[in-house]
Design a protein around this ligand. Sequence first.
Ligand code: TRH
Length: 376
Amino acid sequence: MNKHWDIFCKIVDNFGDIGVCWRLARQLQAEHGLQIYLWIDDLSVAKQLIPGLDITLPTQVIQNIAIASWHAASVFNEPADVVIEAFSCELPAAYLSKMRPNTVWINLEYLSAESWVEDFHAGNSKHNHLTRHFFFPGFTPVTGGLLREHAIVANNQQLASNRSLQHQFLHSLNLEDNNRIKISLFCYPHAPIHGLLNAMAHCNQPTDCYVPASSILPTVASFFGKNSIVTGEVLTHKNLNLHVLPFLSQADYDKLLAICDINFVRGEDSWVRAIWAGKPFIWQPYLQTEQTHITKLKAFLALFYGRFDHASRQSTYDAHLAWIGNDISTDVWQDYLNNLATLKTLTLQQTHALATQTDLATKLVIFSKNLTGNRV
Ligand code: TRH
């Protein structure tokens, strides 16, 4: 039985690597009954996403996942049946040396909507007696799919359509329920944040902008003429009320995305969560050399918005390209808002269409079964 899986995660920077690995580990355990070890190189960063993690312990069990410090890998004798190397993080040499030819070794790649992903998904390369398989997440049925828990879309829809549940959630964050447009903002500090906040202040819609605490707070503070801001503060400029939230648990972050009208997301994991929230969103890809992030963005825009009507497609393209550029003007923002009703309907349709595809965790399980001739 391929019951025991090890997932190796190195935290390069930010939260995406651990965000994806922690989510995947929990889904494989909860929905596929697998026994998961999650090996992490930097427990202090992981602690932000894994509640209750004790960074002094070499191993511990949280939410039925055995979490181990990367450095403890050398003391383990038996490799798992399936080994997931997240984002080419390079397995510890001592662990690699114990792997057998029948150990299923899968490198989980970063997500992209580019068409080449279909050709590279499920390829492999030989490493002495071992085979390393390449698993590419993606948006089409011939890729590795998207991380999606079984009930997430239904749960988000329930919250999005139930005012009393929304009220409860907002209350739990010390926020009041009202009829202002709700926007969540999670982005990299180099985004044109001043331009966006200025556009929100001057557009024709009273706006509540929710900002979970992250590295953008100094830039947000400077927009309001302050040196610093802290969780719980509310800052106002013309039509804009900006609320500084704590960094939320992954579950609460999902809820925030589900109740907002527009979500600004970034990187990989929050991008996918915005899709499952079913609300219009603006994605800022992780900055890469040679403008690769722009190529990735354009591939996604074409895939996701290609069939939208001209006006809403154009407003989405304009907003995204302004957001990854130097400024986002009030005109671009107002045009996006003017198309919001249509964007809302079409985005939700895309959410439901993507949710009909097999999810990434299930595809990984099927993939590993096929490699071992259905030993599971
Ligand atoms: O943190 P990121 O920028 O991660 C990035 C990307 O994954 C990128 O592809 C990778 O190369 C780089 O890391 C190293 O953005 P991402 O992927 O959205 O991850 C953020 C995680 O934080 C995600 O799991 C959601 C979670 N989160 C919360 O749990 N609470 C919050 O309040 C917020 C704002 C985010």
